[in-house]
Ligand binder design. Structure first.
Ligand SMILES: [Zn+2]
Ligand SMILES: [Zn+2]
Length: 368
């Protein structure tokens, strides 16, 4: 069948909307009519070939991993969903390694094969433009398209009484920030937390810190517009790191340190700051993505005194369990993540990307 999809033909090139052919679902797959899809920095990292996708299968490619839509067709062995169901798409995993079997899907041993292979795990491709192969299966979805082929494992069935077009970002960016707070750090009510970098992930962490009852929520960024937004979403303090030293400022605000911190930037200097603001027994979560081999200098004596640095993928969450919880919180008005979103028509994908790269919007979502 045919689908329109946003194709990147060359490294760091523009997205071009093309008419493609998409394969029928295999026995374990689910064909989804995408209603809306968020754009995440990982899509742009893929466009720029910074991800471990095999270079021979990277471009031309279709990316997108925050899709939401309606199930169109299911493979013979699929039992989780049926045509007509509303779904949000998340990361895929193998289901068979030790991490998956112990409920730690984001740390799957085969994460790259199932999400960054440019093709299905068995190497077959799903998209073509005439005779030309277009690589896809990005996060087992490639949802910057009207139709996406997902796997039964990475579709989450969602309630039909919430707007489907806002749900895509729950599959990656929002889940990552919210889960880091709700599942990993688990701050006590009344705790203090400092969040470094309030893009879509950090802003979701701010919302989650409010849900968890943190009474000191400090947002650190260098974009004034984002800091203002963070205040609207519940940050009690903001720090412009281009103007003041955030470590000194946070120590002053918290009388000795923030009990929890999150690094959502992907910068060794910022990670150092996020650790340096902790009091004894404080915990720093690392969410910012950096190229492999990036090193950081930390004060060993500081860590020795009970401090923890913890890397966190996908908010330590299983999307089938966590996404419905976030939707439940949203429907009670306690997790208004829809306010992070700016909608664009699919055709304006390049404008959406530009606005995102210049920090003019937090989470662009394309309506198909
Ligand atoms: Zn696995
Ligand atoms: Zn993402």
């Amino acid at each position: 069948m045919k689908t329109r999809a946003a194709v990147v033909f060359e490294r760091s090139g523009k997205f071009s909307i093309e008419q493609l052919q998409i394969s029928d679902p295999n026995d374990e797959e689910v064909l989804v009519r995408i209603v809306a899809a968020g754009i995440c920095h990982t899509d742009l990292a893929a466009r720029d070939m910074h991800l471990p996708i095999p270079p021979a299968r990277a471009l031309p490619g279709v990316f997108g991993h925050e899709g939401a839509g309606v199930v169109e067709k299911v493979g013979a062995r699929v039992t989780k969903v049926k045509p007509g169901d509303h779904v949000a798409l998340g990361w895929n995993s193998c289901g068979a390694c030790a991490a998956c079997m112990s409920g730690n899907d984001p740390y799957c041993d085969n994460l790259f094969l199932y999400n960054f292979n440019g093709a299905r795990p068995d190497g077959t491709t799903t998209l073509r433009k005439g005779d030309q192969v277009i690589y896809g299966s990005f996060f087992s979805q490639s949802s910057l398209a009207e139709f996406a082929l997902a796997n039964e494992r990475n579709v989450v069935k969602v309630r039909k009484d919430v707007p489907l077009e806002i749900l895509g970002p729950l599959g990656c960016g929002v889940r990552t920030g919210a889960g880091a707070v709700m599942n990993t750090l688990r701050p006590r009510p009344g705790a203090s937390i400092a969040i470094f970098g309030v893009g879509p992930v950090g802003m979701s962490a701010v919302l989650a810190a409010v849900v968890c009852g943190c009474t000191t929520v400090i947002a650190v960024d260098v974009h004034k517009g984002r800091l203002e937004k963070a205040k609207e979403f519940g940050a009690t303090h903001t720090i412009d790191a281009s103007e003041v030293n955030p470590v000194e400022a946070i120590r002053e605000m918290t009388a000795g340190g923030a009990e929890y911190s999150l690094e959502c930037v992907g910068n060794p200097k910022v990670l150092r700051q996020a650790v340096d603001v902790l009091p004894r027994r404080g915990v720093c979560g690392l969410l910012g993505v950096v190229p492999p081999g990036t090193e950081v200098a930390l004060d060993m004596d500081l860590i020795m005194n009970g401090r923890t640095v913890r890397g966190i993928l996908a908010g330590d969450s299983i999307s089938d369990l966590f996404v419905p919880k976030l939707i439940e919180l949203y429907s009670h008005g306690r997790f208004p993540f829809d306010r992070l979103i700016t909608f664009y028509p699919f055709e304006e994908i390049n404008r959406a990307v530009e606005d995102m790269e210049h920090g003019r919007v937090i989470k662009p979502v394309l309506r198909m």
